[in-house]
Design a protein around this ligand. Structure first.
Ligand SMILES: Nc1ncnc2c1ncn2[C@@H]1O[C@H](COP(=O)(O)OP(=O)(O)OP(=O)(O)O)[C@@H](O)[C@H]1O
Ligand SMILES: [Mg+2]
Length: 358
């Protein structure tokens, strides 16, 4: 798939811990990684997806753009968390009728906010009924993926990006950007699998079957739980706590406290993932999740991968969103890229979008 240059977008994943930027050139040879960079945010600038310090975040984005010398100001970004509802619904197959109106009407049932406060979008997962089978009628329901985002949240992001001098052309959802990145990096993957993204404040799960999302869930878990606990228990600043967490500082005598923090937080993540897998098993008794693919900065915690495998009994792999991109080794430090890979997944998925995509 080549995308004309004028339709290419820069992928910007605005997380609560850090902002990730990916630019991809869609050449005839295939997708080429053109720019990649990350900038950290101070704690409290974004809290559970809500922008608290717009100036701080906008200037972080501007710096990232400047340092990477990125020219294209048209971007794709994504939102996630409790302000976004993603829900798969079945619409009974009816003759004719206004699909849009039916969806709007149905949506009210599923969205826990006032319908006037959300931007509603949808995607048809199955084409409108055609009579493939002998019944000749339209007995098959149409599957629709509903996405509702709170308007104030959307406005917050648009305002931020405008302040940073950028034009948001595509507003995606983390779960779908992740799926997009995964499909590009592992096109041979068929069947059922779960994509899990563990960031700083959010743990996102997207269960996919043959390229179609069956279920998504975001919950308030993530690496910040560990950082916060270290700050509290060892009475250190946020910066120090982050360093200790990444193993940058020696703290021999605090080792047992650290181990306890890691174990209790990480096991709460595994439990949350297991709850989602159990829910899937009950809702789709005929399907089996064959593999879990991990991404997000917190998925790097040493041993988590194996621990999750043990807890769920399902093979766990790391998602490498760079694996099918053409990479100029003179321009990029490949060691750095492979270290950053899990954290870059959402941004890569976004950079694969183009103008005209939803
Ligand atoms: N090697 C590592 N070991 C443990 N934690 C790590 C490591 N590297 C990064 N992290 C943690 O990963 C988190 C950042 O990951 P990521 O960039 O995916 O989050 P985010 O997108 O900014 O946050 P969110 O989407 O949850 O708002 C931080 O909590 C950071 O401390
Ligand atoms: Mg994130």
């Amino acid at each position: 798939m080549t995308i004309p240059k004028k339709n290419q977008l820069v992928g910007l994943d605005i997380g609560s811990h850090s902002i990730k930027l990916v630019e991809i050139d869609h050449s005839k040879r295939g997708p080429i990684l053109k720019s990649f960079g990350v900038v950290g945010l101070p704690p409290g600038a974004i809290v559970e997806g809500s922008i608290k310090e717009i100036e701080v975040v906008a200037s972080a984005i501007k710096n990232l753009y400047k340092n990477l010398k990125v020219k294209n100001r048209k971007i794709a970004t994504s939102i996630s968390g409790y302000s976004v509802i993603v829900k798969k619904i079945d619409l009974p197959a009816k003759e004719g009728g206004d699909l849009e109106a039916t969806i709007q009407e149905k949506a009210e049932q599923y969205i826990p906010f006032d319908i006037n406060d959300v931007n509603l979008d949808y995607d048809l997962l199955t084409s409108e009924p055609e009579s493939e089978d002998s019944s000749g009628g339209s007995s098959r329901p149409t599957e629709v993926m509903l996405v509702a985002a709170k308007k104030d949240m959307v406005e917050e992001y648009v305002g931020l990006l405008q302040l940073a001098g950028l034009s948001p052309m595509v507003l995606d959802v983390d779960a779908f950007a992740l799926q997009n990145a995964f499909e590009m990096s592992s096109p041979e993957q068929k069947g059922c699998y779960a994509l899990v993204n563990i960031g700083a404040e959010e743990l996102g799960i997207n269960a996919v079957k043959d390229g179609i999302s069956m279920f998504t869930r975001d919950s308030s878990y993530g690496g910040a739980q560990i950082t916060d606990a270290i700050m509290k228990e060892l009475k250190v600043s946020y910066e120090e706590a982050e360093k200790i967490k990444l193993g940058g500082t020696k703290v021999e005598k605090e080792k047992p406290i650290l181990e306890e923090i890691f174990t209790s937080v990480v096991s709460s993540w595994a439990q949350e993932i297991k709850r989602a897998l159990d829910f899937l098993a009950t809702t789709y008794p005929d399907e089996t999740i064959q593999r879990v693919f991990l991404s997000g900065g917190s998925s790097r915690i040493p041993g988590f991968h194996k621990y999750l495998e043990m807890e769920t009994g399902i093979p766990v792999e790391m998602l490498n969103p760079f694996s099918n991109l053409i990479i100029n080794e003179k321009k990029f430090d490949t060691k750095y890229l492979s270290y950053m890979a899990p954290q870059a997944a959402v941004a890569v998925g976004l950079a694969l979008r183009s103008i005209g995509d939803k």
